[in-house]
Write a protein that binds this ligand. Structure first.
Ligand SMILES: C[S@@+](CC[C@H](N)C(=O)[O-])C[C@H]1O[C@@H](n2cnc3c(N)ncnc32)[C@H](O)[C@@H]1O
Length: 856
């Protein structure tokens, strides 16, 4: 397997090696590289220490530039790319000596190979896969005459795709790419060399056509607007760790406490769009968090935000990415037009572009659209970054709803679902207790109504009822039974005769509207029954299912009523529907009205999949101790009881997947969904094989991925260098050192998380205890072990326990350390999974804190 790193050449040593060579006049370190002067040429040689250490300027004196790569030196010459290969020359020093005197053979490289070599050497970071390039340009370019700007061109893969959609023959459309690093810009230049009007600008995007510069153009506004583009696309860099100078630059473009670089790229990008122009970008999801969207909506209409499957990009497995598409135009902030979606599978479906191209409403009509994506519509007023992040982390319920093994609520025998009574906005039908009392109207005409039940109860009893419905239906029925031919007037006369004077007066003095059922003074019963024993509100922020203990109650049309045969079954169903799992089902399945409110319809409720096996006394009793759930441990237990209650493996699997995706799939950086299933099965059947399965799936790429995560993600800022060193130990085969170091980092990363979350860390008797913030009584101090299990569902906890935890303690106490690769892999995988989970938790807590702050 090839290593994906730069050769880590020590240029200083290299300079010493060539210094004495007769062709060399001088060799010295300058401008971050090595400058070698020969009699007639100056060479500049440099190597990458990773994407963050790249040079942005090549010394002017350099005639030739050599880039150190894995297997030699690479040189861009005019329009050719040459590779001087190590081959039978084994040493870089010797190879350089030969290049200096022109005695080496070289090989000409094509763009793709160059890209690969540069990326393997750690120079190029974040190559955009073709499918994504196709998607962005395919949506954004609407005419073959469009002008196109790529804001972070890299090797030019987006421009290359753009060309396929443009009529470049005519030479009328401008194509511009901006790339900060000189030789990457060269790569892009070569890529577009045959296209008229294509220009690659080797500049920092933030120094290019800045507002200050465009001030000059203001005097010539035609020129100014002519310079804008029909289309702006980009896959800006992901780095969230920024040097202070860069932070300052980007703060001109985006507000917020810690704005991301990618967000600033997009903010500036839209300033280069013409009115009506289209922008399409791939961004880390976190770039949306800091007010970017609000800012964009001032000048743009956001078209879609679509979360991409994890692992789609070779270089960014662990970074969650979204595509953002927008149109530059003024827009009413209330317009409900943005589609927010996530793909449900690990790979991009073939027809992914349809999700962007079809009108939103058309896709939403068929909720289980064939793009295999969850999609909701939202208003621009709702486009607050944290909310979007929350919506995007809503899990997929698709598998469960479409799995045949689940019975739908509407199909469950002995269950009826109905809608409540409607009064056509005639408030005169409703009386509170004192109004009822004061009215003098006879009790027989009132029925208790269930409307807006309070949040803090789960059972509706007499004392909760504070609303009554004035209802003459039964009275009229008795008259009808006597064979009377009834008119409104006739009914009133009968009432009068029977002595219900107050009622007659009330009805006669009330402005009643006809509701089309003949009598204006009776409400409209919509559903089949009037006395439900379960109810679910149609609108909710936190969905709740209530049992009804009141006789003869009617329910208002804001509530859906359910009738269940048998009290025991009713209570079991109520319990099931109140589990956290079902609350999530409701919320993902119901229609979101804004970002905090959902509305469920009767048809949707009928479709809710029911774990039928859980509707028995035994499961009811087993769920009982964890109600109401107080912390993640309770949630995990409840979910496990539900999963276990299922008899068939297929449905168990569907639920597990659902729950795994809810935790953002702690393993998704490492295993695909089918692999995860296989792993789970092995874990249950043969632990040893499960461990081997993990070992088999480990490769160098994973280490690189972890390195990128540690380098780029702010959360790891404090321990970045340490982790980097440990990964190096691993790579160099110093497993003993790696193991001794990594065991301490488990606690370290959790400590960072607890600290970030505002919790406490207490050292006592050589033991560390953590307390996550929270009011619940069970949020007491925890040691590492139970903190870990708080984050993961059973599968992961088990794996950690089996493979790592026991040995971790021994290693931490200085007991024998096995110098073993296998053990190191286990520790690495577990540690990195913990890091990913902590990151998720970190985001979740930040969101909570944010919404908490917003609420106060
Ligand atoms: C994720 S890559 C884009 C990949 C590109 N679409 C491709 O497929 O090659 C981001 C690119 O932006 C470049 N970049 C980083 N900072 C920049 C800046 N301030 N101005 C312009 N380009 C920059 C990086 O060198 C990198 O090539």
């Amino acid at each position: 397997m090839s290593s994906r790193h730069s050769p880590n050449l020590d240029l200083y040593l290299l300079s010493q090696e060539v210094e004495d060579s007769p062709a060399v006049n001088a060799a010295e370190m300058r401008g971050g590289g090595l400058v070698v002067d020969t009699a007639n040429q100056a060479f500049y040689i440099f190597e990458s220490g990773g994407p963050h250490k790249q040079i942005t300027e090549i010394p002017e004196s350099a005639d030739r530039v050599l880039i150190t790569v894995q297997n030699g030196f690479l040189e861009f010459r005019d329009e050719d790319i040459l590779l001087y290969e190590l081959g039978d020359v084994h040493e870089y020093g010797e190879l350089l000596r030969r290049v200096l005197i022109g005695e080496t053979v070289y090989r000409e490289l094509k763009i793709e190979e160059t890209s690969r070599i540069l990326s393997e050497a750690g120079y190029v970071h974040g190559y955009t896969p073709e499918s994504i390039a196709e998607l962005l340009t395919g949506w954004a370019i609407s005419s073959e005459n469009d002008s196109v700007l790529d804001i972070a061109t890299g090797s030019g893969s987006l421009l290359k795709q753009a060309v396929t959609r443009l009529d470049t023959e005519k030479g009328s459309n401008r194509l511009t790419g901006v790339e900060i690093y000189p030789f990457i810009a060269k790569l892009a230049k070569i890529r577009v060399r045959d296209i008229d009007n294509a220009e690659i600008i080797n500049k920092d995007f933030f120094d290019w056509r800045t507002p200050e510069q465009s001030e000059l153009v203001k005097e010539r506004p035609d020129e100014h607007s002519r310079r804008k583009y029909d289309v702006v696309v980009g896959n800006p860099p992901i780095a969230s760790f920024l040097p202070p100078k860069q932070r300052q630059t980007i703060s001109k473009w985006v507000q917020g406490t810690r704005p991301s670089l990618a967000a600033a790229f997009v903010a500036k990008a839209v300033s280069h769009l013409k009115d009506g122009g289209r922008g399409a970008f791939v961004l880390p999801k976190m770039a949306l968090k800091d007010g970017l969207l609000n800012q964009l909506t001032e000048s743009c209409s956001i078209h879609r935000i679509v979360e991409l499957p994890l692992g789609l990009f070779a270089d960014s497995h662990s970074v969650e990415l979204v595509i953002l598409t927008l149109v530059k135009e003024e827009r009413d902030p209330q317009a409900k037009k943005t589609g927010i979606a996530r793909f449900n599978q690990m790979e991009l479906p073939d027809n992914a572009r349809g999700l962007f191209q079809q009108p939103l409403d058309a896709i939403l009509e068929n909720r289980y659209n064939h793009y295999d994506a969850e999609l909701v519509k939202t208003s621009h007023a709702d486009l607050e970054g944290r909310n979007i992040l929350r919506m995007l982390s809503n899990p997929s319920i698709y598998d469960i709803l479409t799995s045949e093994g689940f019975t739908k609520l509407g199909e469950l025998s002995g269950v009826e679902i109905g809608s409540g009574v409607s009064t056509g906005n005639n408030d005169i039908f409703y009386f509170d207790s004192s109004e009822k009392e004061e009215s003098g109207i006879d009790e027989r005409f009132f029925r208790p109504v269930i409307k807006n039940p309070p949040d803090d109860i789960r059972s509706i009893s007499e004392d909760v009822i504070n609303l009554y419905l004035l209802d003459l239906t039964r009275y009229i029925e008795t008259l009808e039974a006597k064979g009377m031919d009834l008119t409104e007037q006739r009914v009133l006369e009968e009432l009068e005769n029977d002595g219900y004077t107050e009622l007659v007066e009330y009805v006669e003095s009330s402005p009643l509207h006809h509701q089309g059922n003949g009598f204006s003074f009776i409400p409209n019963y919509l559903g089949k029954f009037q006395n439900p024993n379960l109810i679910i509100p149609k609108f909710f922020d936190e969905p709740v299912c209530y049992t009804v203990e009141v006789d003869d109650a009617v329910f208002d049309s804001t509530v859906i009523g359910v009738q269940v045969d048998g009290e025991q079954r009713r209570d079991a169903l109520a319990r099931l529907l109140n589990t956290p799992l079902y609350r999530e089902f409701f919320q993902t399945y119901a229609k979101s009205m804004d970002l905090n409110w959902y509305r469920i319809h009767i048809t949707q409720l009928r479709e809710i999949p029911i774990i039928e096996q859980a509707l028995n006394e035994d499961t009811f009793d087993r769920l009982e101790p964890f109600f109401p759930p107080e912390d993640d441990n309770d949630l995990v237990k409840l979910n496990h009881i539900l999963i276990e209650s299922y008899e068939t493996e297929r449905e168990k699997q569907a639920l597990r997947r659902y729950l795994a995706s809810r935790d953002n799939f702690a393993w998704s950086w490492f295993l695909t969904l089918p692999e995860f299933d296989e792993f789970q099965e092995l874990l249950e059947s043969d632990r040893k094989q499960a461990q081997e399965f993990v070992i088999d799936r480990f490769d160098q790429e994973l280490l690189d991925q972890a390195r990128q995560t540690f380098r780029n993600v702010e959360f790891f800022e404090e321990r970045r260098e340490l982790l980097d060193d440990l990964l190096m130990e691993f790579e160099e085969g110093h497993y003993r050192g790696f193991l001794a170091g990594i065991v301490l980092q488990f606690e370290g990363v959790l400590a960072d998380l607890v600290e970030e979350a505002g919790g406490d860390i207490v050292e006592e008797d050589g033991k560390t205890e953590f307390k996550m913030p929270g009011k619940h009584r069970s949020q007491k101090r925890k040691n590492l072990d139970n903190l870990i299990s708080q984050f993961f569902d059973g599968v992961f906890s088990e794996y950690l326990h089996e493979t790592v935890r026991q040995r971790r303690n021994r290693i931490a106490h200085g007991d024998v350390i096995e110098d073993s690769r296998t053990l190191s892999i286990h520790f690495f995988v577990s540690f990195y999974a913990l890091c990913n989970a902590c990151l998720n938790e970190y985001v979740r807590i930040a969101q909570q804190q944010d919404s908490g702050a917003a609420a106060t």
